[in-house]
Design a protein around this ligand. Structure first.
Ligand SMILES: [Zn+2]
Length: 118
């Protein structure tokens, strides 16, 4: 099978290229959790996946109603947990991203004295 951007989208999802394309196009290649625009850059395009809202591991169906465009980080954060609703899953993913952002900012922030000094 020749490699294409859709090949990356299929890594975690047993959907065909055509099924993946339909879901990604329906969602405008935008991550339904964080809003990352898969058409914004080549790197973003590489990160796009098709996510099972109810995970396959939890008997989620390969049905368009259970599939959304999703970026890899959100897919990883969401994991295989089952949420009461898509909105609950999204709230969890966004809260986790915010925690990660704070941790990253704390690690990467330069001390003010040094930043201001010579
Ligand atoms: Zn995302």
């Amino acid at each position: 099978m020749p490699i294409s951007l859709l090949s990356f989208s299929l890594v975690d999802a047993p959907v065909t290229k055509e099924e993946a394309r339909k879901i990604l196009e329906r969602d405008n290649y935008v991550c339904q959790y964080c809003g990352l625009d898969g058409r914004g850059s080549f790197e973003n395009a590489l990160a796009m996946r098709v996510d099972f809202v109810v995970p396959r591991a939890r008997k989620g169906k390969k049905d368009p109603k259970n599939l959304v465009a999703c970026c890899t980080p959100c897919n990883t954060i969401k994991g295989t947990k089952v949420y009461p609703s898509f909105e609950a899953a999204k709230a969890h993913v966004l809260a986790q991203r915010e925690e990660l952002r704070k941790a990253w900012e704390a690690k990467t922030a330069r001390p003010k004295a040094r930043a201001a000094g010579a």
